[in-house]
Design a protein around this ligand. Structure first.
Ligand SMILES: [Zn+2]
Length: 231
């Protein structure tokens, strides 16, 4: 069961369409895997829509306060009215939105991942040992978003972060000092956490980092290549 969800502030910003691309992808992909957060975002979106409607646009307020005229839309031509009435009278289709998961092959495994990733899978995989990374083009200063794949029995050396580190587990499992994670877990860490994620069976994650990793054990010079791969 998913234990780690986006903070409500993130869900609200997502509902308002205010998240940067890297984080919007993460929250959207999490919601694909989490019915609970999907319901919260739907409720927040509805709430925002209601608030926007009752506030009205600035032009509307000027019109209402400065004139007594009531704006009545031009009546629709009779044929158009009839046509719309006909359209609206049809039963609602049970549309299956084009949110079907996409399949992605990495190394020897094919994964099913949320559709939100589709348009971002443009760059080749880079590999170092058991770790593969596919960078996304998000164009956000120091923020970097990637898919990260770790083979079975792979591990990221113990590190902390100068900024934040978001990991959304998409498939497989990994563990760190805070326990075990399952697909859908949304793990947002600050620079206080030192951890060394490791996986027994392999995993696929989406990661967002806004600064390079800082290794806290071993010779950082030797670890630089893996750090560069992950950031
Ligand atoms: Zn959730």
């Amino acid at each position: 069961m998913i234990k780690h969800h986006p903070q409500e502030a993130l869900l609200l910003a997502h509902a308002k369409g205010e998240l940067p691309l890297s984080m919007a992808i993460a929250v959207s992909a999490h919601c694909t895997l989490c019915a609970k957060c999907t319901a919260i975002v739907a409720a927040l979106t509805e709430q925002e829509a209601q608030a926007t409607l009752s506030a009205g646009s600035p032009e509307d307020r000027v019109t209402a306060s400065e004139t007594d005229m009531t704006l009545v839309p031009d009546p629709l031509p009779r044929e158009l009215q009839a046509m719309l009435a006909h359209i609206f009278s049809q039963p609602e289709a049970n549309v299956i939105p084009s949110h079907a998961p996409i399949s992605l092959s990495v190394r020897t495994t094919t994964y099913s991942i949320p559709a939100v990733f589709r348009q971002h899978l443009t760059r080749p995989w880079q590999q170092l040992g058991k770790v593969c990374r596919m960078r996304f083009d998000v164009d956000e200063l120091n923020t970097r978003a990637s898919l990260l794949h770790i083979d079975a029995l792979g591990e990221i050396p113990q590190h902390t972060h100068k900024g934040y580190e978001l990991t959304l587990l998409l498939a497989g499992e990994f563990t760190d000092i805070n326990g075990e994670y399952v697909p859908g877990d949304f793990i947002l860490l600050d620079n206080q956490t030192h951890h060394a994620p490791k996986t027994k069976t392999g995993c696929l994650c989406y990661t967002v980092l806004d600064a390079p990793l800082h290794f806290t054990k071993g010779l950082s010079k030797l670890l630089n290549p893996i750090g560069e791969l992950i950031y």
